[in-house]
Design a protein around this ligand. Structure first.
Ligand SMILES: NC(=O)c1ccc[n+]([C@@H]2O[C@H](COP(=O)([O-])OP(=O)(O)OC[C@H]3O[C@@H](n4cnc5c(N)ncnc54)[C@H](O)[C@@H]3O)[C@@H](O)[C@H]2O)c1
Length: 316
């Protein structure tokens, strides 16, 4: 089996490539390196059947040889990244999605779209099940990401209905783990980098907003479970249903790093969701999947990876 992973040099893409290669698949990672790093592919570089193709998937592209699965993960994902690249984000979610769907259609390949909990916007229903249609501001600053992903879901669904492409849509909730850039801008890497540097941990708002954090190994198992399943219904939430406030997360990171950092409170960004938690009943029923790594254990492993990076940097 041969899989194409767009965004393969990103945080999730790198983990997916490693797991796919580990399962004996041939993998082509396609990435324009806008937010990704070749270092995320270090574990698979040189593996038989692995290839890296530097390309912007918003421009047309073809891949030589057989294609059995297309995993479309290319997109800026952290708020600072997509706010700095608004048009590129809309393009990769729209034109880029169509290019990857065409690749799947031409090859009769199965297709996995990396969608997001952001399609629920600032949700009015809690926890969020796939049947909830969301509460998204279509013209707010975050809309470039949220609406790009909503369009991508609509486009993928149209390819299933019109061309019979075997489309799966994963609504990914906050995922963290080794491989995240310290300057990524999302809460977990921000807090860990700040705690290790002895700087105040920055909380936007009063910290009472909730998120659910899924360790990357769990997320990858859920995503590949969905890709390889017979599920032909609509989108599926893949995330951790355990809800934590941002303040709890900050305090846990301070405790686990043994840091003496304080917490600094800053104004809440526009349209920042107040509560975010997946209902994963569908994934449990259809895939038999649920997260297994606790937040404390996942943070320990992530902090340890961050410490190794700092150690490596200081030895260069
Ligand atoms: N990590 C999460 O918590 C999370 C949550 C929800 C959804 N997702 C989705 O998962 C996917 C991966 O997210 P991530 O956290 O690994 O982010 P990331 O920024 O680490 O990875 C994204 C990758 O896509 C590449 N890319 C961006 N635009 C591209 C283009 N036009 N052509 C080719 N490559 C391009 C980047 O260079 C990067 O390697 C994204 O689609 C994101 O929306 C992630």
């Amino acid at each position: 089996m041969r899989a194409i992973v767009t965004g393969g040099a990103g945080f999730l893409g790198g983990h997916l490539c490693r797991e796919l290669v580990g399962r004996g698949l041939e993998v082509v990672a396609v990435d324009d390196l806008s937010t990704g790093r070749v270092a995320n592919l270090a574990a698979v570089e040189g593996a038989p059947g692995f290839r890296f193709l530097e390309h912007d998937v918003s421009e047309p592209f073809e891949v030589d040889g057989p294609v059995d699965a297309v995993l479309h993960f290319a997109s800026p994902a952290s708020p600072p990244d997509y706010l700095a690249r608004p048009i590129e984000t809309l393009r990769v979610g729209s034109t880029g999605t169509q290019h990857t769907l065409e690749l799947a259609r031409r090859n009769g390949a199965r297709y996995l779209l990396a969608s997001t909990s952001e399609v629920y916007g600032d949700p009015l229903v809690h926890p969020q099940a796939e049947t909830y249609w969301g509460n998204v501001n279509p013209v707010g600053p975050r809309s470039v990401y949220d609406e790009a992903k909503r369009f991508a879901e609509a486009m993928a669904t149209a390819y299933r209905r019109t061309h019979g492409v075997d489309v799966k849509i994963a609504r990914i909730f906050n995922t963290y783990g080794p491989g995240l850039r310290p300057a990524d801008g999302r809460a977990v890497p921000n807090f860990i980098a700040q705690a290790l540097a002895g700087e105040p941990l920055t909380i936007y708002g009063d910290g009472s907003q909730t998120r659910s954090f899924c360790f990357v190994d769990d997320e990858v198992q859920g995503l590949l479970g969905l890709l390889l399943s017979d599920w032909s219904g609509g989108p599926m939430n893949i995330g951790n249903p355990e809800e934590h406030t941002i303040l709890e997360l900050a305090r846990l990171v301070i405790a686990l790093t043994g840091s003496s950092s304080d917490i600094a409170f800053r104004p809440l960004p526009v349209d920042d969701p107040v509560r975010r938690c997946p209902d994963i009943a569908l994934a449990r029923r259809e895939l038999g999947w649920k997260p297994t790594v606790t937040l404390t254990e996942g943070l320990r492993r992530t902090i340890s990876w961050f410490c190794d990076q700092v150690g490596n940097e200081s030895h260069r």
